[in-house]
Design a protein around this ligand. Structure first.
Ligand SMILES: Cc1ncc(C[n+]2csc(CCOP(=O)(O)OP(=O)(O)O)c2C)c(N)n1
Length: 403
């Protein structure tokens, strides 16, 4: 090499493709098709789908279900939808301050809720009425919360169902901390089915953009916590569609945090149940977290304060109506001969009775004593809260008649 030769220019390193999901363009905008990775067992017409690369890992769980399991899941779907419809109607009639409808998301919630064991713990957002139902939280308590007559709604520890969390994504951190606590108590991987426990953390697609969500995934992954992140991708965060929230779908993000992610058809209750059961079993056995993305759709408004016709087209809603989770399960049960018309009629009748019961209970709920809002702020009495309570009582008493 002559003395004046220049050193060869260093070769630019080849771009590293860490994973096939490297994004090269805008995210797909088709929000009606979950793609080839989506786990599905029953199609929109109620037909049982054959084993496929996407669903084969979960097929055994579905095969182990009995016709009675199927009927019972169907019953849950119908009753939960009826509770939701009643909540909506009660708000419209001025009995509730607000109601966030779960219409369209019944299968995602019932499938997930039913996969949980008694000792597992759920951390919901504010739309998880179906999970609440599966955890045996009385629907009256949900109504009472949105009526503003109970302070939070229920005792979290009574059913291992935490209070509704309105601050988006916040419950992901609560859930992670709780799961790490279970781990430290030694209630993971003992092999005792009544002892080993796991946590489920529920959020929406919008929640995945929150710092809290991402921090929770970091901690859960590093700690190998017994936790299932359950993202109901209902395609909208109020008026924000998916493509304004992420470049790759939520289930693919789990890999970056070091644990598996699965996309499941959120309108197929059998598929959701199977995927969630597998994830919870793994978590309880000490195999760490899973992120499940339930691909579904919010058929109604964000809440009773929202008008979705301002930001989404009716054709999209029509496509999803064809994927209705209840029609689908009914078709499946009927075509298999697992349920007949008499069964479906009996469930409808039960739903009517339930609706009448909770409506009456809601209308008759007494206003609580005003100082009750100071109760349960802390587990033990707290001097600041006690002082504020005394001041408040004195202030109220200063009015004529003490009111
Ligand atoms: C930290 C925080 N930011 C903003 C809001 C206002 N907010 C209420 S619901 C919502 C959208 C949530 O969307 P998503 O997570 O997809 O859940 P979905 O309501 O669709 O079930 C927003 C932004 C909030 N409650 N908390």
């Amino acid at each position: 090499m002559p003395d004046d030769a220049m050193e060869p220019a260093p070769q630019a390193p080849a771009p590293v493709r860490h994973h096939e999901t490297v994004v090269t363009g805008p995210m797909e905008h088709d929000i009606t098709d979950g793609g080839p990775d989506m786990v599905q067992f029953v199609d929109g017409d109620g037909n049982r789908l054959p084993t496929s690369p996407a669903n084969e890992a979960y097929a055994k769980i579905v095969e182990d279900l009995t016709p009675e399991d199927g009927r019972s899941m169907y019953r849950d779907l119908v009753l939960v939808r009826r509770i939701d419809a009643e909540g909506h109607a009660l708000q419209r009639q001025g009995e509730l301050g607000l109601w966030p409808s779960l219409l369209g998301q019944e299968a995602a919630q019932v499938g997930a809720g039913r996969a949980m064991r008694r000792q597992d713990y759920a951390f919901p957002g504010y739309r998880e009425h179906g999970v609440a139902w599966c955890r045996d939280v009385p629907p009256e308590n949900l109504l009472g919360m949105f009526r503003g007559v109970n302070h939070g709604g229920w005792d979290s520890n009574a059913n291992n169902f935490h209070l509704y969390t309105i601050v988006i994504g916040n419950q992901m951190l609560h859930a992670t901390g709780y799961a790490m606590g279970i781990q430290r108590d030694g209630d993971v991987g003992t092999g005792d089915p009544d002892r080993d426990a796991a946590v489920m953390a529920f959020t929406g697609d919008g929640g995945t953009a929150q710092g809290d969500f991402n921090e929770a995934l970091v901690f859960a992954g590093v700690a190998n916590a017994p936790l299932v992140f359950f993202v109901q991708n209902n395609q909208w965060a109020i008026s924000e569609p998916n493509y304004k929230q992420f470049r790759i779908p939520p289930y693919q993000r789990a890999r970056g945090f070091g644990f598996p992610g699965v996309r499941v058809d959120g309108n197929d209750v059998l598929a959701v149940y199977a995927v969630t059961k597998a994830a919870l079993d793994a978590a309880r056995a000490g195999q760490g977290p899973t992120l499940i993305e339930a691909f579904t759709y919010r058929m109604g408004a964000h809440t009773t304060s929202d008008d979705p016709t301002k930001y989404r087209i009716a054709a999209e809603v029509d496509i999803w109506r064809e994927k209705d989770p209840i029609t689908r399960m009914r078709g499946f049960l009927a075509s298999k001969g697992y349920a007949d018309e008499a069964f479906f009629d009996a469930v409808d009748k039960e739903a009517d009775e339930l609706a009448a019961r909770i409506r009456k209970a809601c209308q008759e709920m007494p206003n609580p004593p005003k100082p009750a809002m100071f109760d349960n702020v802390y587990v033990d009495p707290h001097p600041v809260v006690e002082r504020e309570k005394a001041e408040f009582i004195a202030y109220q008493a200063s009015f004529e008649g003490g009111k």
